[in-house]
Design a protein around this ligand. Structure first.
Ligand SMILES: Nc1ncnc2c1ncn2[C@@H]1O[C@H](COP(=O)(O)OP(=O)(O)OP(=O)(O)O)[C@@H](O)[C@H]1O
Ligand SMILES: [Mg+2]
Length: 292
């Protein structure tokens, strides 16, 4: 079972020194840049994308925290081969601090799990989310990158985060039902957050032709009805290597780096919008404000 890192432990990992030293002697930390990963339809590949993106961004030298906001139905710990003792519900209930719920994963990535079988946050109230977001806010000073892997659809928690997210990756398959839901998600995100840099990832496509045809339909509808189109950040082929990496509980880019799908994640991790905004803004403070 993965142990939650103590403050001391994380402090040593990040800074090679004690976490508990006086504030003035700490290395000044910038705020993490945040990217939300969301979809309308479920099961389209958000968690596969989020876990692989986390590894690839860590390889670029970022201190990466993946927050699994699919609370109660979290998967990212399984995809990392971890069994964290604490999760977002423990943080909400005040049984642990956010930092103490964070566990180390592969390639120097850190994970804050959403927990399994705990439905407390599925219909979270404004007060609960406010408390949780406030508890998460200090994490922003400890990481360069926060990737938020959302549950499918638009829960209150997801919407509050999309309303203030600087960047959003929308995941879909090439199928018309998933595309329609991805359109609805983009529409809602744009209405709440007109400044969001949104990108689309078309996952599990049988061929380039399927990806191109899906993009044509999706971008056409967005342009016509919304007057705005997300960027096409990439498409990922349907690849048996993905299922094999899930069975191995290891991110694909580690388990099968030569596979076609692993190769397809590389340009997605290099999406230029991920580097926008020096120092970035106080994401969870803003998310609290978005609850009102
Ligand atoms: N490119 C791919 N090729 C083949 N299989 C894939 C691919 N991407 C995802 N899968 C399969 O689809 C499953 C679901 O993916 P994932 O858990 O990432 O979806 P999700 O959008 O996070 O689902 P949920 O909405 O439940 O959170 C994976 O376990 C994997 O087996
Ligand atoms: Mg998921």
């Amino acid at each position: 079972m993965a142990e939650a890192l103590s403050r001391e432990g994380i402090g040593r990992l990040f800074f090679g020194r004690s976490w508990a030293q006086p504030a003035e002697t700490r290395i000044a930390a910038r705020r993490a840049r945040v990217v939300c990963v969301a979809s309308g339809k479920g099961g389209v590949g958000k968690s596969i994308l989020s876990t692989n993106l986390a590894v690839l961004r860590a390889r670029l030298g970022e201190r990466v925290l993946l927050i699994d906001f699919d609370v109660g139905f979290a998967n990212d710990h399984l995809l990392f081969g971890l069994a964290p003792r604490h999760d977002l519900v423990s943080v909400l209930e005040g049984r642990t601090g956010a930092l103490d719920a964070v566990v180390p994963g592969p390639e120097g990535v850190f994970l804050l799990s959403g927990g399994v079988g705990r439905t407390e946050l599925v219909s979270a109230t404004r007060r609960e989310l406010d408390r949780l977001f406030r508890a998460l806010a200090p994490l922003e000073a400890r990481f360069d990158r926060i990737i938020v892997d959302h549950g499918a659809g638009l829960s209150y928690a997801t919407l509050a985060q999309l309303a203030v997210a600087p960047t959003l990756l929308i995941v879909t398959s090439h199928e018309v039902t998933a595309l329609s839901d991805a359109y609805a998600l983009f529409k809602r995100a744009l209405a709440a957050n007109p400044k969001v840099r949104a990108g689309l990832v078309i996952n599990r496509v049988p061929s380039r032709a399927h990806a191109e045809s899906a993009w044509e339909r999706y971008s056409g509808a967005c342009r016509k009805f919304l007057g705005a189109v997300p960027e096409l950040v990439g498409w990922v082929p349907a690849d048996e290597a993905v299922g094999a990496s899930v069975d191995e509980r290891k991110p694909l880019v580690l388990a099968r780096p030569e596979s076609a799908a692993a190769r397809a994640f590389e340009p997605i991790a290099a999406w230029r919008a991920l580097d926008q905004g020096a120092g970035a803004s106080a994401f969870y403070d803003q998310a609290c404000a978005a609850l009102r």
